[in-house]
Design a protein around this ligand. Structure first.
Ligand code: ADP
Ligand code: UDP
Length: 239
């Protein structure tokens, strides 16, 4: 599939039109950012690792009946996806307390959350992605009530599927962020599922194997992503 024009260059991925208006190409770059773009770096192999990791996860989700935008892996750094009309919200499920939740509520990192908790954030870097609730989504017209409901149901379904999958790889799925869009009237999972947008800890040692390694300057960022991929059986070309 040939890329035509670049529609959008985000912080980590670029989006291209194709000759089919229903399809886009996502290019996963090596750019890495945190703190709403305030900390940035180029990390060798990250684009390739995340592209292949994402394809693996999206295929697992599709196989359990979760509608995703993923169509095909095109190359090391590119995937073909459905062209979604994205909702400007981020859906976060947390199984264990970490990150902004700990800061906001003054709770210790590592507390088990039973049941898992759910948060919506507005996708707006200038405002620092503020937390919003479902009434805001409806009142400001970012999404309809049934769309809000569908995003919640699908995000929790992803939790069931991926908590079990990561457990088989000796990993705890601490939390993660999903983005959804509209496709011919249905709510479909878009964007990506990679260690850039979730927290994964080793089940035994609780070692962090996700983007917190970058946020916290722990080093070995892409090596950690590759370790997770290897444990899951994601096919990566050798370095
Ligand atoms: P950001 O916009 O946060 O900097 P990225 O660098 O990951 O993030 O950019 C990818 C952009 O592509 C995001 O804005 C995301 O919402 C959008 N996107 C992801 N999947 C799709 C899709 N299937 N259709 C349309 N847009 C998408
Ligand atoms: N997350 C993300 N993009 C964002 C904000 C959060 O992918 O713009 C992910 C993050 O990696 C984590 C989860 O969502 O897995 C919850 O993030 P949190 O609210 O704790 O924010 P953080 O402190 O990580 O910025």
């Amino acid at each position: 599939m040939e890329c035509r024009t670049e529609l959008y260059a985000g912080k980590a991925k670029s989006v291209f039109t194709t000759d089919d208006p229903d399809k886009l190409v996502l290019r996963f770059r090596n750019d890495t950012s945190a703190f709403d773009g305030k900390k940035v770096a180029q990390l060798d192999r990250k684009g390739m690792v995340n592209n292949r990791f994402n394809a693996f996860i999206m295929e697992k989700l599709e196989a359990t009946g979760i509608p995703t935008h993923h169509e095909a892996l095109l190359s090391d750094n590119e995937s073909l996806v459905k062209n979604l009309d994205m909702l400007p919200v981020e859906c976060v499920v947390r199984n264990i307390a970490a990150g902004s939740l700990c800061k906001r509520l003054g709770v210790d990192e590592g507390i088990d959350l039973k049941p898992p908790t759910f948060e919506f954030f507005l996708k707006n870097d200038d405002l620092g992605d503020p937390m919003i609730n479902e009434y805001h989504i409806e009142s400001f017209g970012w999404g309809k009530r049934d769309e809000v409901e569908a995003m919640k149901v699908l995000t929790f379904k992803v939790n069931d599927v991926l908590t079990a999958l990561f457990k088989t790889a000796g990993l705890l799925l601490v939390d993660y962020k999903l983005e959804f869009g509209r496709y011919h009237g249905a709510i479909v999972l878009g964007d990506e599922f990679t260690p850039d947008g979730c927290r994964l800890w080793d089940i035994e040692t609780r070692e962090k194997l996700d983007k917190d390694r970058f946020r916290q300057g722990l080093g070995g960022v892409v090596e950690a992503y590759e370790e997770v991929a290897a444990r899951l059986g994601v096919n990566l070309p050798s370095a």
